[in-house]
Ligand binder design. Sequence first.
Ligand SMILES: C[S@@+](CC[C@H](N)C(=O)[O-])C[C@H]1O[C@@H](n2cnc3c(N)ncnc32)[C@H](O)[C@@H]1O
Length: 365
Amino acid sequence: MKKYCTTEEAAEYLGVSTARVRQYIQEERLTSEKSGRDHLIDYVALYDFASNGRRKIGRPFKKDSHSSNGLHDQSVTAVEAPDSVAQENGPTVINGDTREVIKRLPENTFRCVITSPPYWGVRDYGVADQIGAEPDLNDYIHSLVEVFSEVRRVLKPDGTFWLNIGNTYTSGGRKWRQADAKNKGRAMSYRPPTPEGLKKKDLIGVAWMVAMACQQEGWYLRNDIIWHKPNCQPESVRDRLTVAHEYLFMFSKSERYFFNQDAIREAYSNGNGMKNKRTVWSINTEPCPEAHFAVFPRNLVRPCVLAGSEEGDAVLDPFYGAGTVGMVAQELNRKCTGIEINDGYVDIARKRTSKIQGSFMFQES
Ligand SMILES: C[S@@+](CC[C@H](N)C(=O)[O-])C[C@H]1O[C@@H](n2cnc3c(N)ncnc32)[C@H](O)[C@@H]1O
């Protein structure tokens, strides 16, 4: 069954006036049907239009052979999209709560999803509905698994999902957190209560809890990659080691899936040829002068994009932040959609991706 929205709803979704939407219809750039004095716009074509830089399309969203109807959750309508704007020369960025926004994306769309969600109780992203500020650990895990189950729906059957997530410790009884050394305003000012069954000072293992919950939910867990940070933040701890790594989990939607091993092979240290990439990646963190929080480095994202997709494929980041995935996708000629709740970060992401010129993805096809 097709799903339609009105010109007003389409205007809100695209962030333009209704007159502009009528113009798109007149130019046959947007598929619509006449209904009384108004037009009803094919909602999937609208999404396609937004995702492809408002190029001339006039065709419905391409159905995947595995897709039942090529549509997404029918209960959520376009009018709920707060702000979805395809940059003229960059990725589509959708400003909103990813739990709601992702439900509106069509199933079996993205070849590869790469993301780094907020960690539990660590950083304050300054928005009421942010994930990561739940007092109860189970609520945090539940929120992420809910989003990742939608990620599985929008991923193509042969797609992969790359999840970067770090572990955290219980508070040790303190209700407050020391200020972020790099950015005093951004650390979560309180520490969540110690989860039931854990003790003061316990390493929570939340990264693995999320990974296991995803596995239970149906994902194939294929790799746990250690992101080793040679330039990690020093810690003033006296009774444990300084943490210098995070996890990057690779999941697949199906038992067999697309994986370009050749694109990420690495050289043997003695120079004698190439070998499969290993599961420990030593990559320095990369500062982002525009953003107020730690973005993940492009060198962490590149192998995921290269192994998980081909040129022209669509990549998604449901926790887009300052748009690092968009930058790498542009550089490697992939389309990208990002979802981000904080409109300030949306602006930063747009600026960062608008600096890269000559992107393949907005050429007419
Ligand atoms: C770790 S940061 C992502 C950084 C990103 N990988 C980069 O390199 O810029 C997590 C992001 O998730 C966003 N976020 C938190 N809750 C969200 C929600 N409910 N919906 C969408 N985004 C959310 C935060 O605002 C933050 O920008």
